[in-house]
Design a protein around this ligand. Structure first.
Ligand SMILES: *[C@@H]1O[C@H](CO)[C@@H](O)[C@H](O)[C@H]1NC(C)=O
Ligand SMILES: *[C@@H]1O[C@H](CO)[C@@H](O)[C@H](O)[C@H]1NC(C)=O
Ligand SMILES: *[C@@H]1O[C@H](CO)[C@@H](O)[C@H](O)[C@H]1NC(C)=O
Ligand SMILES: *[C@@H]1O[C@H](CO)[C@@H](O)[C@H](O)[C@H]1NC(C)=O
Length: 443
């Protein structure tokens, strides 16, 4: 439809206008020039409209038209029959090491992925070193399948893929959009759109009728931090048994990727509401140990999955925790300032494993995801492999409260370096390569 209209304006308008001009000039020689021009214009519009009507009903495009260029691109999509070697299903993809490989990585270029937000575009924000983009995860006993965007796009055709959770999952969502878009010819990417409605952001890839979505729910269950734009509440209160408010938005999604971790990290206990809903203005709460509350939350989540997900249609993933690199002593460097000076990964496994994450929460997540009986949940064990990557955080090359750091703030990494989130292209692309491997192997 759109293409047809564009074409008729290009090819159709000039011809009839010329014809009308001759006709009018032949009959009305004395009419002032502006009236002639006006008539030509009005008749032109009339004929043009008629023209559009007939063209939109016309099944085939005219040769050489704009529409043809578009079809050519579409044919390329279809013609390319690509295959990749898949790892054996029993291979452990999460144990391995990082290999510098700037032939294959990064999988897309920072300045070629238009949808990336300023939070993650480290180079554009002033980062000078770029090696962090070129590490490939090499599992010990097999290899990840080569990333081919069209293979992913084919699996996503007419489907919805949704990340649900906190800002780390949003980080990974941004990566997934870039990975998928890298398979769309540049001129056609303009047709893809991002729509944000409340907690849900939907990126639509039009040529494949596919969506890559992010749903903000930092605790998965209902909490007072659920506002997607204003959630920096000092006093976090959750309702571990209240999940349906969010979960109604997850129904009939084809690929669901959950996480929840970073918001659990500020204190040993968490406030749990005694009320039924925040909408009712309830503020009465009790303080509970993090692991106890975390398990209650994940049990609610797991119960929802078991009751509501159709395993024939939907694949469910749970991302384990993404590690932080705030203390350079953890990797034996007394001169480091948080993660801000790091340009290479940790190479020694035992040092990497010393990077702190809450093992209790990890064990609970592993346990709960494994306990699901009806719906398999694929546990994406990103924790250990990400611990090596002290070099991959956004550090001072990012935004704070929506604004890029000022030079003064950048000069003060001890206060301002973000050693939680990750640059893109970068580590979250690898997390998505793991998802990709699974999608290819199990669809
Ligand atoms: C996660 O991966 C690490 C290696 O990267 C491994 O040591 C650990 O056992 C794995 N845990 C689970 C639950 O898969
Ligand atoms: C890859 O890295 C090597 C060593 O740093 C460098 O010489 C080479 O030019 C790089 N190649 C690409 C394609 O960036
Ligand atoms: C487009 O995708 C949606 C799912 O996101 C699906 O419900 C719908 O049927 C698809 N449309 C077509 C024409 O296949
Ligand atoms: C794992 O879950 C089982 C029930 O599914 C429970 O009995 C066990 O205590 C749990 N272990 C941990 C470490 O949470």
């Amino acid at each position: 439809m759109e293409a047809g209209q564009q074409r008729s304006r290009k090819d159709g308008t000039p011809a009839p206008t010329e014809a009308m001009k001759l006709h009018i000039l032949g009959k009305n020689i004395n009419i002032p020039v502006f009236v002639v021009v006006l008539s030509i214009f009005l008749l032109g519009v009339l004929v043009y409209n008629e023209h559009v009507k007939s063209i939109t009903e016309f099944p085939f495009p005219w040769p050489g038209s704009h529409w043809m260029t578009d079809t050519t691109d579409l044919t390329i999509y279809e013609e390319e029959e690509e295959e990749v070697e898949l790892p054996p299903r029993e291979c452990d993809l999460f144990t391995g090491n990082w290999v510098f490989d700037n032939e294959t990585h990064p999988l897309y270029k920072e300045d070629e992925c238009e949808s990336l937000t300023e939070q993650v575009t480290c180079m554009r924000n002033g980062r000078k070193d770029s090696m962090y983009q070129s590490w490939r995860w090499q599992p010990k006993d097999c290899s990840l399948p080569k990333y081919k965007p069209r293979l992913l796009l084919k699996r996503l055709r007419n489907k919805r893929l949704m990340f649900v959770g906190d800002s780390l999952n949003r980080n990974q969502w941004e990566s997934m959009i870039c990975l998928a878009q890298s398979g769309i010819p540049k001129a056609r990417r303009k047709r893809n759109v991002l729509m944000k409605t409340g907690s849900l952001s939907v990126f639509r890839i039009k040529d494949y009728n596919a969506t890559i979505e992010f749903y903000w729910a930092p605790f998965l269950v209902e909490s007072n931090a659920d506002n997607p734009d204003m959630h920096s509440v000092p006093d976090r209160i959750i309702m571990p048994e209240s999940i349906y408010k969010h979960a109604v938005n997850w129904v009939s999604v084809d690929f669901l990727i959950f996480n929840t971790y970073i918001w659990w990290m500020n204190s040993p206990t968490i406030k749990v509401s005694r009320g039924e809903s925040f909408d009712e203005g309830s503020t009465d709460y009790e303080e509970i140990d993090q692991p106890v509350a975390y398990e209650r939350v994940l049990r609610s989540w797991s119960e929802w999955v078991e009751r509501n997900v159709d395993p024939r249609r939907t694949q469910v993933f749970f991302n384990s925790m993404s590690p932080l690199h705030f203390n350079s002593l953890n990797w034996g460097d007394p001169n480091g300032i948080k993660c801000s000076k790091e340009t290479t990964p940790i190479h020694d496994a035992s040092t990497a494993m010393g990077i702190g994450t809450d093992r209790r929460l990890f064990a609970i997540a592993e346990n709960v995801t494994r306990s699901s009986a009806r719906v398999p949940v694929h546990f994406i064990n990103i924790t250990a492999l990400s611990k090596y990557r002290k070099d991959a955080h956004t550090s001072v090359y990012t935004v704070r409260q929506g604004k890029r750091l000022t030079p003064a703030q950048m000069a003060d990494p001890r206060t301002f370096a973000d050693c939680i989130h990750w640059c893109l292209p970068g580590l979250p692309d690898t997390w998505n390569e793991l998802i990709y491997a699974h999608i290819l192997s199990y669809s």
